[in-house]
Ligand binder design. Structure first.
Ligand code: NCD
Length: 453
């Protein structure tokens, strides 16, 4: 049996997620009676970035299940500070030291690397701005308990949409359950193109620009982005080229505009990823009870992965719609269910057959991931080959297996003959994957010693 890891929220099916909730409910019924469940197992928490909730709730969950915990935090007291690679750390910790690894790291795709090199299952507790699937499970579990369902929800995602990994994983999961999403970005923190592309390509959602009067001050001068599940007749209408192609004021459109908001999910500015000179958090807007006066917000759950800075007013804490501390509390039972599952102690029912995975293109020559924060461009430079899923063949579309950024190369070289071909042509399609070298430009190809004269 191949081991399973939780690197992306896509690694669990909808059915498995719902089964995890049933187990979490069972654990939550009485947290103190499960000390035999994972007795004798060891969890390693490797946190190379700060954390309060995620690490402590994982460790609490494991202790409640009767297992043991070994932990390395901040990387300062680990061999990483001496220059050890993630790959070597993964081999060591995942070989006899622990039965399950939970990792947090600042490089996008770091969890994929550890999963590749460790013998034991690996759970991603946040890899840079990429994904945070276990926070998403807390968020979905909270919504499921509050609303009694996950399908057909209307959710506003607000704040730092650019760098919040919690937003990215949550949006992928919500789209999969058929939610309508409204992205309300703080200035300069719009949802990244690669996230919208993934939403559109995978779930065939429709993406429109619009406005949302109620939150105008939260996204000053910005367009709100609406993501709606595709209805069958829309799929043919909205293709790749339709990004932002349709201007819509959905609030006035009785078919498309949210008439009732089920949840508002606020996030803080991820200042540690914005670089110097980005401005003070105090200058950013704050969500207050004033924003939530209309009837459509009567039952809105106000959510936040925490920690909060200024983006959520403390006045909201007394409001019965505030759910963020419940979200944090539910992190314990949901992580108990996750640990028990990845240690093979509980069953989530028959796993739905995985979709056929695209072929993998790997080469030391030619294109590299364009994301400067990708692990393949950071510490992985020393030992990882750039690696992409071949998502589409003609024209070629490659997706970095580590961080998910996409690339459309224009030129294909043959590894042996060093001849070049248009990447979109029939000749290129005949070259075996292992002999291909993709390039983004003629100059790149020539510099690498390719070219037919
Ligand atoms: C989040 C994270 O680390 O991405 N925190 C968490 O795990 N609850 C959100 C954040 O730091 O803003």
């Amino acid at each position: 049996m191949t081991k399973r890891d939780l690197v992306s929220i896509d690694d669990l099916s909808n059915e498995e997620i719902l089964a995890l909730f049933e187990h979490a409910d069972k654990f939550d019924g009485n947290l103190k009676i499960w000390a035999d469940q994972c007795k004798g197992s060891i969890l390693a928490t490797l946190f190379f970035e700060p954390s309060t909730r995620t690490r402590l709730s994982f460790e609490s969950a494991m202790l409640r299940l009767g297992g043991g915990v070994i932990s390395a935090t901040q990387g300062k007291e680990t061999s990483a500070s001496k220059g050890e690679s993630l790959a070597d750390t993964a081999r060591v910790v995942g070989g006899r030291y622990a039965d399950l690894i939970v990792l947090r790291h600042s490089d996008e795709g770091a969890a994929r690397v550890v999963a590749q090199f460790a013998e034991v299952p690996v759970i991603n507790a946040g890899d840079g701005a990429h994904e945070h699937p276990t926070q998403t499970l807390c968020d979905l579990y909270t919504l499921w308990k509050e609303k009694g369902r996950l399908h057909d929800l209307e959710v506003v995602l607000c704040g730092d949409l650019k760098y919040s990994r919690t937003i990215h994983s949550f949006a992928f999961a919500l789209a999969r359950f058929g939610a309508k999403l409204v992205f309300v970005p703080f200035p300069g923190m719009e949802i990244p193109k690669h996230v919208l592309e993934r939403l559109q390509r995978k779930w065939k959602v429709r993406v429109d620009k619009g406005s949302l009067e109620d939150f105008r001050d939260l996204a000053p001068g910005r367009d709100v982005v609406y993501v709606t599940p595709a209805k069958p007749h829309q799929q043919s209408l909205f293709t790749d080229a339709s990004f932002f192609g349709v201007e819509a004021d959905l609030e006035k459109d009785p078919q498309g505009g949210p008439q009732k908001i089920d949840a508002i999910y606020m996030t803080r500015s991820q200042r540690e990823r914005h670089g110097a000179g980005f401005g003070e958090d105090g200058e950013l807007p704050t969500l207050t009870p004033e924003h939530l006066k209309k009837a459509k917000y009567k039952d809105t759950s106000v959510m936040h992965p925490l920690p909060r800075v200024n983006e959520l007013s403390y006045e909201l804490d007394q409001d019965p719609r505030a759910k963020y501390f419940r979200q944090a509390a539910l992190g314990v039972p949901i992580r108990m269910a996750l640990i028990a599952f990845y240690l093979g102690k509980i069953d989530l029912g028959p796993a739905s057959p995985p979709p056929p995975s695209p072929e993998i293109y790997r080469s030391s020559l030619g294109i590299r991931c364009a994301n400067p924060a990708c692990v393949s461009n950071k510490e992985g430079l020393r030992y990882l080959l750039p690696e992409f899923f071949l998502v589409e063949e003609r024209p070629p579309l490659l997706r970095c297996t580590f961080c998910g950024w996409e690339k459309s190369p224009t030129i294909l070289g043959h590894l042996d003959s060093r001849k070049l071909h248009p990447a979109n042509g029939a000749e290129a399609a005949r070259i075996h994957l292992k002999n291909r070298v993709y390039f983004s430009s003629m100059k790149e190809a020539k510099d690498a010693g390719f070219g037919d004269g």
